[in-house]
Design a protein around this ligand. Structure first.
Ligand code: HEM
Length: 140
């Protein structure tokens, strides 16, 4: 069970990050080139939202069954364990809250530019947060 969830979380991360990078890049392009916000742009942002939320759910399950998750929360002096048991989960939850705020702000926005801007800024910040706390040595 642990191995399956761990591999799922590891593999889904590629998809979630790819979708997020595409959403951020295309919203920046849309914002700067003053394009119309089309249903294609909405779908890109929606897929990135779903991809990251799915990763969050898998992450929560993993957190309770992995020896590097909740079980290691007390060991703050070990940087690798602090990363997987505290920093990575915390920063990723914040990142996904930001992405969700970006999604709901884009829905309320009226102009094309402000729709692109909500996605570019909030999804972009979320991406930076996520990338700042990936356990790279475990992943590669
Ligand atoms: C978009 C959000 C997230 C991304 C992109 C992400 C990505 C990753 C990656 C690439 C790894 C290394 C996987 C490997 O061992 O090959 C990892 C490990 C881990 N993640 Fe996440 N993660 C996310 C969210 C979360 C959340 C929200 C939690 C907990 C609530 C979490 C808990 C963990 C734990 C405990 C590990 C260590 C697992 C182990 O090797 O036993 N992750 N994550």
């Amino acid at each position: 069970m642990y191995e399956f969830i761990q591999k799922f979380h590891s593999g889904w991360a590629y998809l979630a990050l790819l979708l997020l990078v595409i959403a951020v890049a295309s919203s920046f392009i849309g914002m700067t080139s003053k394009k119309d916000f089309t249903s294609k742009d909405r779908k890109i942002a929606l897929f990135a939202l779903i991809g990251t939320h799915t990763q969050l759910l898998i992450g929560f399950v993993l957190y309770f069954i992995s020896p590097l998750g909740l079980a290691s929360l007390g060991q703050m002096k070990d940087a690798a364990l602090r990363l997987t048991s505290l920093e990575h989960p915390l920063l990723n939850v914040i990142a996904i809250v930001l992405i969700t705020i970006g999604w709901s702000k884009h829905k309320k926005a009226v102009s094309n530019e402000s729709k692109f801007k909500s996605i570019a800024v909030f999804y972009g910040l979320g991406l930076v947060f996520i990338l700042s706390r990936i356990p790279w040595n475990l992943w590669f």
